[in-house]
Design a protein around this ligand. Sequence first.
Ligand code: COA
Ligand code: MG
Length: 298
Amino acid sequence: MSGAPWVLRSLLFVPGNRPDMIAKAGRYGADALILDLEDGVAPDEKARARQVVAGALDAGVPGSPIVFLRVNGSGSGLLAWDLREAFRPGAAALCLPKCETPEAVLTLDASLQALESQHRLPRGGIRILPMIESARGVVQAAAIAGSHARVCGLAFGAEDYTADLGVARTRQGAELAYPRAAVSVAARAAGVDAVDGIYADFRDADGLRADTGAARALGYTGKMLIHPAQVAPVHAAFAPEAAEVEQARRIVAAFEAAEARGSGIVVVDGAMVDRPVVLRARRTLAIASRPAAGRERD
Ligand code: COA
Ligand code: MG
């Protein structure tokens, strides 16, 4: 993610009350895990989930993946308890669900400052990934993305968003066209990355690839997952096609040669290439050469 020390295409949810799943989750090649205390855990399991998550973070999650912790939202009455009982230094970031205001981020920042001094962690190191999953959240998305330097991205949650609006979640997804694009634009405007929400039908790899491709076309660079089988299709959907990479190389080379001759415009494959085209090509090359799963940025 921009501004963050990692590159994340896939963020796999693991229910916080499933030590068996947490123990094996680092094997599946996801770029990050999200240990969940929120909607993946039933109310009467929350207390146990906090203990399981704290124990896993204390012991170190096998495979040393990047670990996010999804706490319960600001309005839940559970957030302070989650932070106190479940947070441990092994968590790199907090996923803040149902985020609707910049103040929710600032309040969480204050709690994180306290946790950082308690655990002797570098100040400001714990990142925040707000989830935008309501009409209010969409309207406030730009303010939320720009609210604090801890914010490493915005995640769009279509399931809760459609529930909030009281509309059906259709396969075509017309109801998501606006909010999904709005969250991506808000993230970009703040210089952070956009992470798309889950694709629930975890046996449908073709549908997942198409859904991820649609998100990528809107500017999303990562996706939340619920099942290990979703890792490979999502990585494939975010990888530029070989032909795209080849064309990007030709564009950059031709442009640099033209620039060296003092010209700002060049024609490649019959189409004009100017600065924005070169910027897109350079971005394609950067994505194509980025480090493998979970590896830190230089
Ligand atoms: N994280 C880690 N491991 C997972 C996993 C996950 N999210 N989902 C499945 N696995 C593991 C299973 O434990 C199983 O491991 P094993 O073969 O070593 O026993 C393996 O992957 C295959 O699982 P499978 O049998 O295909 O799925 P399932 O029927 O056991 O579980 C779900 C299906 C949807 C219940 C499960 O994937 C899940 O709980 N996902 C997370 C849901 C969630 O967090 N929702 C809230 C956020 S939206
Ligand atoms: Mg949600």
